[in-house]
Design a binder for this molecule. Structure first.
Ligand SMILES: C[S@@+](CC[C@H](N)C(=O)[O-])C[C@H]1O[C@@H](n2cnc3c(N)ncnc32)[C@H](O)[C@@H]1O
Length: 213
């Protein structure tokens, strides 16, 4: 378990994606976030004291679930303050990361941060998810976006059988999955590296093919 800011930075720097340019982009994100958080409530003020652990590594821990050579887009639902979308884009700048966010001030923030970080391939889709044009993506992520029973029907249209779903769910991960009989055999829960009580729901719809109903 990663428990401190120092351990969080050490874990991050060991990621193959984390070269000096990526680290600079993330440093910039942290600085901009601290400033913007005085204007709008993006993240809890207390979490800023542990921003590398609570937000940067909490987001970056999704990367090892997606092989680097995976072609295609990464769709992040309800990116809000930038998590995990901006962190993923900072570490994989060659990947087309699409960040869906509906609140005006958050859309403006995300775009400002994206431009300052030089993330040319990332895009902010500033609209409600329900209005986003359907396109197939390689990865779907969503942190603190919606309960699983609402999230899955809303976003399944972006998924192929092979799309990798990564849903950090805090403490409710296993319970949410257990409650959804239909999806229980598709996904499983991985332990979060940043919170002993939290889980990440992971899977692909292809998982369903060889399972009984
Ligand atoms: C609780 S915040 C989480 C933000 C971020 N993922 C994080 O973990 O810090 C949820 C975000 O989803 C956005 N959101 C909620 N419903 C949405 C929808 N239907 N379409 C697009 N964005 C939505 C909200 O505006 C908010 O910024």
């Amino acid at each position: 378990m990663i428990e401190s800011e120092q351990e969080a930075r050490a874990w991050l720097q060991a990621l193959p994606e984390c070269d000096s340019a990526a680290l600079e982009r993330l440093e910039l994100l942290c600085a901009m976030l601290a400033e913007e958080n005085q204007r709008q409530n993006l993240v809890s003020a207390t979490s800023l004291d542990q921003v590398w652990l609570r937000h940067i590594v909490d987001s970056a821990q999704l990367l090892p679930h997606v092989p680097r050579e995976t072609p295609g887009r990464w769709l992040d639902l309800g990116t809000g303050a930038g998590f995990p979308g901006l962190v993923i884009a900072a570490l994989r700048p060659e990947c087309e990361v699409l960040m869906v966010e509906s609140r005006k001030r958050r859309i403006e923030w995300l775009d400002r941060a994206r431009i300052a970080m030089g993330l040319d391939k990332a895009q902010v889709l500033g609209q409600r998810l329900e209005m986003v044009e359907t396109r197939q993506v390689a990865v779907i992520s969503a942190r603190a976006f919606a309960p699983l029973d609402r999230l899955l029907p809303l976003s399944a249209r972006f998924s192929t059988a092979d799309t990798i779903w990564l849903l950090p769910k805090g403490r409710s991960a296993q319970q949410e999955l257990d409650d959804l009989r239909k999806w229980r055999h598709v996904f499983h829960v991985e332990q979060s590296l940043t919170d002993p009580q939290a889980g990440i729901i992971v899977g692909t719809l292809a998982g369903r093919k060889d399972k009984t109903k």
